[in-house]
Design a binder for this molecule. Structure first.
Ligand code: WTA
Length: 650
């Protein structure tokens, strides 16, 4: 029988690992779990020594001064020598690191040896521009090979990268560069998107016109020949600086806790948080999870994570994890519908992809496009399917299972966050009997517990998802703001990391993620802060007050709905609503642009003046309105509902 929790039906269907898969899997029994259960520090120390090559062994596995962790204390390593040099030194230099596929159909195949050369050259370029260990560099690029090369070149010399997703706005670039005091921006003229160049360099120019005074230099890769303005003395072409760069750049050993990168993510306030990840612990957990969650066999697999490197998924599972494990990956520049809606399936067939890692929102889109798209391609090479970014509804899981996995390929639903650095909750494909819609269990060495409002552990049923012990790839803090780090993650429940998600534990001990319990929306698997969108809305001169909620959307999971009250003399109109909507796109980037802006005469508030978001969400979803008696002015609700209905008619 199925039961409803949140928006989900809990499935009673179960899918054990196929016997032939388990027989060859990297792990197929409980031994890793048992080992980690017995002594989790010893477990992670073993993984660190097995999966990572250290130039100096660590002395202590964990130093835990809640909430500040140091992993593999005293150890030294270079992350790029783990990702590149050691494979080349072991005679695997000719192995393909990336089969890169451009949207227009151009392709590049780059081997580990070639990638190492490019990384060394670009590291020398960075050095030549005066960058030193400890500096920060912003990277704002499309999905081209120069992006991982730039990241790895930074890492090689101890410069922290801060990748800014290519869909973000000039303002977002300014905020992030200012916060991290980035000395350089690495970008491209543009990237191909749906057959057109999506321009990036002009956005960087606009950013630098208004702010980011710490940025001294801009390096520009030429992807689309769009001939951007190049400012003398500031802007340099990638191909020019690389032409004369030396390929000789020995890997410098770094402390295990050397800052590797900052990645900004939205929280419940308007200011994005600079999540910090360091070297040794991060690499250990991403290499471990990549190997076991996806059952990676570096000799034979062709692995593909179809995310964008601008998000943490790309950092951990396009760049660092796969390269550390020495596997061949596919990297794709464009959108899944260009030139046709079978683009992904065509790529899988051509390269013989063995693992595909994507998001539920993409799967729902593929469902809409129809099963005939994958049916036209040979997908029989696929061995493991992964999902990430949001809860997967059982219907999408089953479609993925049937139409992409041919009814036999294990699916791993991986729960994790920018802050966690790597997978935390996921099935292991050779071990776990899966249930459609459940991320199943924590990985070996990670300990999650659900708690109630008072912080008491909940043994079954719903609760707040917390992590009870430190883990190697945990964030080391928020850049420049240790107090905010403590407040945001460690103060709600004493001694516990609170992830911001709600979850439920079923009677068999399976975890079901229920989504965010804070003011963070999840749109197409991307985290967007309601507060951030609200402040972009009120930034428009016509807007006096705004409230934003995540409505339900069949494809994107949630959709951003903004309610606004106009200032003084402004008259409501469709045009003005659209203009306000576009304003958010310009302020924050297109991904944060509301699907709908509804102009209302007032916002429903409680007597104490709090905006009633629940009610606005109900209106957005066209649901029946609940109890409205705590409204200051109950008439407002009807008015809002009417406006919302009118808006739907347009
Ligand atoms: C959500 C993405 C359910 C969750 C790697 C989390 C998920 C936020 C899953 C982190 C999943 C991610 N099932 N929800 N498998 N994976 N989430 O930082 O709400 O972009 O807190 O990291 O996405 O998003 P972030």
């Amino acid at each position: 029988m199925s039961e409803t929790i949140g928006v989900f039906e809990v499935e009673d269907r179960t899918f054990p690992p196929p016997a032939d898969f388990a027989a060859k899997a990297n792990t197929s029994d409980r031994s890793l779990y048992d080992e980690a259960e017995a002594d989790y520090e010893a477990f992670w120390a073993r993984q660190a020594r097995e999966l990572v090559t250290w130039s100096k062994d660590f002395e202590k596995t964990l130093e835990w001064d809640l909430p500040f962790a140091k992993w593999f204390v005293g150890g030294e390593l270079n992350i790029t020598s783990n990702c590149l040099d050691r494979h080349v030194e072991a005679g695997r230099g000719d192995k393909v690191a990336y089969h890169w596929e451009g949207e227009p159909g151009d392709t590049v195949t780059i081997t580990y040896a070639e990638l190492l050369t490019e990384v060394c050259k670009f590291a020398n370029v960075l050095r030549g521009q005066g960058l030193e260990k400890g500096d920060r560099v912003a990277i704002y690029m499309p999905m081209i090979l120069e992006l991982p090369i730039a990241m790895l070149a930074c890492a090689r010399i101890g410069v922290a990268h801060s990748v800014i997703f290519g869909g973000f706005s000039a303002d977002a670039i300014v905020d992030r560069c200012d916060d991290a005091e980035a000395r350089m921006i690495i970008t491209a003229d543009a990237g191909w998107r749906r057959g057109q160049p999506a321009l990036l360099k002009p956005t960087v120019d606009a950013a630098l016109e208004t702010g980011a005074p710490s940025v001294e230099k801009v390096i520009v890769a030429n992807r689309c020949d769009t001939n951007p303005d190049m400012r003398d003395g500031r802007d340099l072409w990638w191909h020019d600086v690389m032409a004369t760069a030396s390929p000789d750049c020995p890997a410098e050993p770094m402390d295990a806790e050397q800052l590797l990168y900052i990645l900004y993510t939205s929280g419940t306030t308007a200011k994005p948080k600079g999540i910090m990840h360091t070297t040794g612990g991060y690499l250990t957990q991403v290499a471990f999870t990549h190997k076991y969650s996806f059952d990676i066999k570096p000799e034979t697999d062709v692995y593909w994570c179809a995310a964008d490197i601008g998000w943490v998924t790309g950092h951990s599972y396009i760049v660092y994890g796969p390269l550390a494990n020495g596997v061949t990956s596919v990297m794709y520049e464009g959108t899944p519908d260009t030139p046709g809606k079978d683009r992904l399936w065509d790529i899988i067939e051509r390269y013989g992809v063995t693992q595909l890692y994507t998001a539920p929102t993409a799967i729902r889109m593929f469902m809409k496009w129809g099963a005939q798209e994958p049916a036209g391609h040979d997908l029989s090479t696929l061995r493991v399917l992964g999902t990430v970014g949001e809860p997967i509804n059982p219907e999408a899981w089953m479609w993925y299972h049937e139409h992409i996995g041919g009814n036999g390929t294990p699916i791993v639903d991986t729960w994790w966050q920018t802050e966690t650095g790597g997978h935390m909750i996921t099935p292991l494909p050779g071990v776990t009997t899966t249930k459609p819609g459940s991320a199943c269990h924590t990985i070996p060495g990670v300990f999650a517990e659900l708690v109630d409002d008072d912080g008491n552990v909940v043994e079954s049923g719903g609760g707040y998802l917390t992590i009870a012990r430190p883990w190697p790839s945990m964030l080391r803090g928020i850049w420049g703001d240790p107090e905010r780090y403590r407040d945001t993650y460690w103060s709600r429940f004493e001694g516990r990391y609170f992830a911001g998600d709600g979850a439920k534990l079923d009677d068999d001990g399976y975890l079901w993620l229920l989504g965010r319990v804070d003011d963070v929306m999840n749109v197409s698997g991307h985290r967007i802060s309601t507060t951030e969108v609200e402040s972009a809305l009120v930034d428009h001169e016509a807007v006096a007050e705004a409230a934003v909620v995540g409505g339900t959307d069949d494809v994107t999971g949630q959709a951003i709905i903004g309610y606004v009250i106009l200032r003084g003399t402004h008259e409501p109109s469709i045009e003005l609503g659209n203009e306000i909507r576009e304003h958010v796109g310009v302020k924050l980037g297109k991904i944060a642009r509301p699907k709908t802006v509804i102009i209302v005469p007032d916002l429903p508030k409680t007597r104490s003046g709090k905006i009633m978001r629940r009610l606005l969400r109900d209106v957005a979803d066209g649901r029946e309105l609940g109890d409205t008696t705590t409204l200051a002015d109950p008439g407002v609700v009807d008015e809002i509902a009417t406006r919302a209905a009118e808006d739907d008619d347009d």
